[in-house]
Write a protein that binds this ligand. Structure first.
Ligand code: ADP
Ligand code: MG
Length: 243
C-alpha cells in the first residue's frame, strides 16, 4: 500500500484545486465554496473544515451517507454536485482529532474520494492557518480564494493569512468582501463600512477583489443551497469566471 500522501497527491495532480479560506470564521467561506462548486461545471466539493463541518448542513444531508468500498469513497450527490465530507463517513457525532490525525484525515479524504470526471475541486477550509491548510499544501498546489467581511474586526487575521500565502508562494487569486452591502430600493447600504483597508490588501497582492451582498433570504436556503438562485449566487458566479 502506498503512503496516503502519495495517493492524495496523485488524486489532485491533474485537477485544478480552488481552496476557499479566511483568517476568520463565520465570514461565508462555506457558502462561497458551495456556490462556487455549483457554478463551476465539472467540479466536486470537499469539506476540509474537520471540526466545523457545515457543507452537509448547507445541502441538507446528514448521517453516514458516503458509501465506503474497496475502490474508495462514493460522493454524496446533491443537485448534481458531488460532495465529500468526513461527516458523511463518521456520522453526526463530533470529531476531535490531534494535529497528525487532522493531516491524516485530510490525506485520506482526498486519497479515497471518487472524484470521477470532476476536473476542478473546490475545497472548503476551516478558519485560520491550521493543520488542514498545511496538509492541503503538502498535497496540492491550490488556488487561494480569500473571504472576509468589510468589518475592521476581520482585517488583522486576514492580513496574516494573506502574508502567509504570499510567503509560501500561493498568491490569492480572488479576494472577497462578503456581506458587504444590502440592496435597498435600488441603493446600496454598507453596514460595515466600505472595507477600504481590506480592499487595498487584496489589490496590493494582485488579487481580483469582489463584493458580495447580504441576502437575508439566503437563510431560507440553508439545507437546500443547490436551489438558491439569488444575488449571492450571482456574485459568486462572477468570482468563478475570474478563477
Ligand atoms: P464560514 O464558513 O466562514 O464559517 P458560513 O459560510 O458558514 O461561514 O456562513 C456563516 C453564516 O452567514 C451562515 O449562516 C450563512 O448562511 C450566512 N451568510 C454567509 N454569506 C452570506 C450573505 N452574503 N448573505 C447572507 N447571509 C450570508
Ligand atoms: Mg465554514
Amino acid at each position: 500500500m502506498r503512503p496516503l500522501l502519495e495517493l492524495a497527491r496523485d488524486k489532485l495532480k491533474r485537477r485544478k484545486v480552488i481552496a476557499v479560506m479566511s483568517g476568520k470564521g463565520g465570514v461565508g467561506k462555506s457558502v462561497v465554496a458551495s456556490l462556487l462548486a455549483l457554478s463551476i461545471r465539472g467540479s466536486a466539493l470537499i469539506d476540509l473544515d474537520l471540526s466545523g463541518m457545515s457543507i452537509p448542513k448547507l445541502f441538507g444531508v446528514s448521517g453516514k451517507l458516503h458509501e465506503v468500498g474497496r475502490e474508495g469513497v462514493e460522493p454524496i450527490v446533491v443537485g448534481g454536485l458531488k460532495l465529500f465530507s468526513l461527516g458523511g463517513i463518521v456520522g453526526d457525532r463530533y470529531v476531535v482529532l490531534p494535529g497528525y490525525g487532522q493531516a491524516g484525515a485530510v490525506e485520506a479524504l482526498i486519497a479515497f474520494a471518487k472524484l470521477g470526471d470532476a476536473d476542478t475541486v473546490i475545497v472548503d477550509m476551516p478558519p485560520g492557518m491550521g493543520e488542514e491548510l498545511l496538509a492541503l499544501g503538502r498535497i496540492a498546489s491550490y488556488v487561494p480564494v480569500v473571504v472576509t467581511t468589510p468589518s475592521k474586526a476581520s482585517y488583522k487575521v486576514v492580513k496574516q493569512l494573506v502574508d502567509y500565502l504570499i510567503e509560501v508562494g500561493r498568491k490569492p487569486r480572488a479576494f472577497i468582501l462578503n456581506m458587504a452591502y444590502v440592496e435597498c430600493g435600488g441603493a446600496r447600504i454598507y453596514p460595515f463600512g466600505r472595507g477600504d483597508e481590506a480592499r487595498r490588501l487584496g489589490e496590493n497582492v494582485g488579487a481580483r477583489v469582489y463584493e458580495i451582498p447580504i441576502d437575508p433570504s439566503l437563510e431560507d436556503y440553508v439545507g437546500r443551497l443547490h436551489e438558491y438562485r439569488g444575488p449571492v449566487a450571482e456574485a459568486v458566479r462572477d468570482v468563478a469566471r475570474g478563477l
